[in-house]
Design a protein around this ligand. Structure first.
Ligand SMILES: *[C@@H]1O[C@H](CO)[C@@H](O)[C@H](O)[C@H]1NC(C)=O
Ligand SMILES: *[C@@H]1O[C@H](CO)[C@@H](O)[C@H](O)[C@H]1NC(C)=O
Ligand SMILES: *[C@@H]1O[C@H](CO)[C@@H](O)[C@H](O)[C@H]1NC(C)=O
Ligand SMILES: *[C@@H]1O[C@H](CO)[C@@H](O)[C@H](O)[C@H]1NC(C)=O
Ligand SMILES: *[C@@H]1O[C@H](CO)[C@@H](O)[C@H](O)[C@H]1NC(C)=O
Ligand SMILES: *[C@@H]1O[C@H](CO)[C@@H](O)[C@H](O)[C@H]1NC(C)=O
Ligand SMILES: *[C@@H]1O[C@H](CO)[C@@H](O)[C@H](O)[C@H]1NC(C)=O
Ligand SMILES: *[C@@H]1O[C@H](CO)[C@@H](O)[C@H](O)[C@H]1NC(C)=O
Length: 474
């Protein structure tokens, strides 16, 4: 029945409707041509862009290109179907050889469709096949190492099968080393970083490494060269002295820092010595000593302070807080003070312009060299406390903040404390940021907003101590 209807429809086309049919075909052709002009379908240009430049692949183009390919494929499929239908109709209608003009126009339609089809197919052929391109993220060929020239990085990325050909004790058939996906976009820097002789001394290039990490090439590949150490390493001070004493200058490689000794970093007369958010963090005697011991200065208007003392926070959960993470920029003073309360804190920081990691370790505390790009290297529900200050501030993207907060939530144990310490941002942004913190639905032990009394009063401090609720769901 349906086919019969189609037949009568097509018979109708032979007269008035034919121009419409042709027009529709033309419209389709024009739209394909426009797509082709649009940016990159011109095959040579596109494949040039994509193939010559494996390093800086463009995810959007990839998606757009493969969508276009799918659209064209479905158009081709539809035309094929239509032609098949017409052929069937033609066969049936020719049984009674009556209306020769109708079968003639049918033939022309089929010829026209075949014409359109061949045009579209020629475009389709010239489209690069996205499925076959060795896309760094798809790794269909199983060897992302092919994107790099340097042998060491190829070797590093290559999957290492187990020697005995069986699963190892971790339940894997091999070892799968990984690097951050942004490494592929920073090919030049990665290859410079991996340019060394196995077993020799590495270049003095931790800054290059840190730049790579900060830009998402994180984790970085490991290397098989010996990292540079201070020329002569003197034994560190014993722990009863090291916490509050500037370390020995000789235990740091100063080459890549502005200051060349700790006195310079600690002095309040040296300008631009390191990270602007932490210019006084090396001044242990004046700046660091009072931190988290007393409550900070009260704001005259609100009678509140954004600086809580460690003691008042620990009193929220007496005896329960034993281990935790400080995700801040600093020299480890928070961990030093917590140590005095028998709480073990690891301090996550990178070296922003000054030897923060070296300083923390020379004080006898544990530095964790970690960027904000990475999932925390702790298992779920393991830490009693997370403290953060001077790091996540008004600069941070709200979506990123969300991911960070949920990751922190993951590693905090039920009943653990999240201490947001003097988060600052523009007044008008405060609402948005507070929403992010509220979304955790933590129990609020402390929650204050204090105007930031410097510059032009446009910023506010926000501090809070929040408790992760138990989530007794299965
Ligand atoms: C065409 O003819 C075949 C057999 O001759 C028949 O089975 C089929 O249903 C017919 N189709 C139409 C659309 O008439
Ligand atoms: C691991 O090896 C076993 C047998 O050697 C094989 O059956 C299995 O599919 C392999 N698993 C993976 C993930 O390759
Ligand atoms: C630190 O401890 C050592 C012994 O463990 C002791 O000899 C030294 O005097 C102590 N230093 C201080 C400043 O207490
Ligand atoms: C520390 O470095 C500053 C300049 O960076 C220099 O003026 C000063 O003499 C140095 N002090 C010591 C003790 O080396
Ligand atoms: C620390 O800062 C105080 C006051 O700002 C200053 O007097 C002192 O000299 C600084 N400490 C060092 C080691 O420079
Ligand atoms: C450094 O600290 C001393 C003592 O507190 C102070 O007199 C001096 O003004 C400070 N210098 C700077 C540049 O802040
Ligand atoms: C701040 O607190 C002090 C003492 O606790 C009190 O005397 C003062 O009136 C308070 N000020 C305001 C603005 O509440
Ligand atoms: C820390 O532990 C030591 C030894 O167990 C104990 O003597 C000290 O009182 C503890 N300090 C605090 C602040 O709890």
């Amino acid at each position: 029945m349906v086919k019969a209807n189609v037949l009568s429809k097509i018979r109708g086309f032979s007269g008035v409707n034919r121009p419409i049919y042709v027009l529709a075909g033309l419209a389709f052709l024009i739209s394909v041509a426009t797509l082709a002009k649009f940016n990159y379908i011109t095959p040579l240009r596109f494949s040039g862009r994509f193939c010559n430049n494996h390093g800086s692949f463009d995810g959007d183009n990839y998606i757009l290109g493969s969508q276009m390919r799918k659209t064209i494929e479905s158009a081709i499929f539809k035309i094929h179907q239509e032609m098949d239908d017409l052929k069937v109709l033609e066969a049936n209608s020719s049984a009674p050889p009556s209306d020769s003009s109708a079968s003639g126009s049918m033939f022309r339609h089929v010829a026209f469709l075949a014409d359109v089809l061949s045009l579209i197919q020629s475009v389709h052929m010239e489209l690069p096949s996205f499925e076959e391109v060795d896309h760094p993220l798809k790794q269909r060929n199983g060897d992302p190492g092919e994107h790099f020239m340097r042998e060491e990085i190829k070797k590093y990325i290559k999957i290492k099968p187990n020697r005995l050909g069986k699963q190892n004790f971790m339940g894997a058939n091999g070892t799968f080393t990984s690097i951050g996906h942004a490494c592929f976009a920073m090919k030049k820097d990665v290859e410079e970083y991996m340019d060394y002789d196995v077993g020799e001394i590495c270049n003095d290039d931790w800054r290059l490494a840190q730049k790579l990490m900060v830009h998402g090439c994180d984790p970085l590949p490991r290397r098989r060269c010996f990292s540079r150490a201070p020329q002569l390493y003197y034994k560190p001070f014993p722990i009863n002295e090291s916490l509050w004493k500037l370390p020995d200058n000789r235990n740091v490689r100063w080459g890549q820092y502005k200051c060349k000794n700790f006195t310079c970093l600690a002095s309040n007369t040296t300008a631009r010595k390191g990270f602007f958010k932490c210019t006084d963090c090396f001044n242990l005697t004046h700046h660091e000593l009072p931190r988290w011991v007393n409550r900070g200065e009260l704001d005259p208007e609100t009678n509140q302070t954004a600086d809580f003392s460690i003691q008042e926070v620990l009193e929220i959960k007496p005896g329960e807080i034993r281990i935790g993470l400080d995700f801040s920029v600093g020299t480890g003073t928070f961990a030093a003070r917590m140590r005095e309360s028998n709480v073990t804190i690891v301090t996550a920081t990178i070296n922003l312009g000054a030897p923060f990691n070296e300083m923390i370790s020379l004080r006898g505390l544990v530095p964790l060299y970690l960027t904000v790009n990475q999932r925390l290297p702790f298992f779920d529900s393991t830490l009693d406390v997370i403290h953060t200050t001077r790091f996540l501030d008004g600069w941070i993207d709200l979506i990123l903040l969300d991911f960070v907060l949920f990751d922190w939530d993951r590693v905090l144990r039920p009943g653990g404390l999240l201490w947001i310490d003097s988060f600052f941002c523009l007044k008008e942004d405060l609402g948005d940021y507070m929403e992010a913190f509220k979304a955790l639905r933590y129990r609020r032990h402390k929650w204050v907003v204090v105007p930031k009394r410097d510059k032009d009063d446009k910023e506010v401090f926000f501090s809070a101590v929040l408790e992760k609720p138990p989530r007794p769901f299965r």
